[in-house]
Ligand binder design. Structure first.
Ligand code: ATP
Ligand code: MG
Length: 140
């Protein structure tokens, strides 16, 4: 995949706090175009599949419970250098370490409930986008 798309989720903490609109506004103002978007809720099993790379980590069970605890927004975003630029916009995993003005600094509650997901590579952006959206649910 070209390096112009990434995948994001607005996680249950940010969605339930009513911050989805503010976060999407920041994403658009940073120059990302929304290519696909939906509100949905993961089962614990699907959350486990999405975060399978972390299955040996001590926080995996809690992460699956948390990610399936309420509605989320899933979206595919387009911009030049999308993966890297989006990771900059969201900030460090732990909000205590996230830079000023980043989405996690502004909205995350904890290292687990950290408001948003951002893909870590072009390859994973494509896999994660395909996890949520079929070809008729996105801009081609
Ligand atoms: P994401 O993949 O959601 O964008 P990330 O790439 O910044 O986050 P990862 O290392 O991939 O961070 O961890 C995936 C998610 O697991 C984190 O976003 C967070 O919700 C949770 N997590 C990571 N580290 C911890 C931890 N030490 N304790 C609890 N939860 C954690
Ligand atoms: Mg990650």
């Amino acid at each position: 995949m070209a390096n112009n798309r990434t995948f994001t989720m607005i996680k249950p903490d940010a969605f339930s706090a009513g911050n989805a609109g503010a976060i999407l506004k920041m994403i658009e103002e940073a120059g990302f175009k929304i290519v696909a978007i939906k509100a949905t809720q993961l089962t614990a099993e699907l959350a486990g599949k999405f975060y399978e790379v972390h299955k040996e980590r001590p926080f995996y069970g809690d992460l699956c419970t948390y990610m399936s605890s309420g509605p989320i927004i899933a979206a595919i975003l387009e911009k030049d250098n999308a993966v890297e630029d989006f990771r900059k916009l969201i900030g460090a995993t732990n909000p205590a370490e996230a830079a000023e003005g980043t989405i996690r600094k502004l909205f995350a509650k904890s290292i687990e409930a950290n408001a948003v997901h951002g893909s870590d590579s072009d390859e994973n952006a494509e896999i994660e986008g395909n996890f949520y959206f079929n070809q008729f649910e996105r801009v081609l």
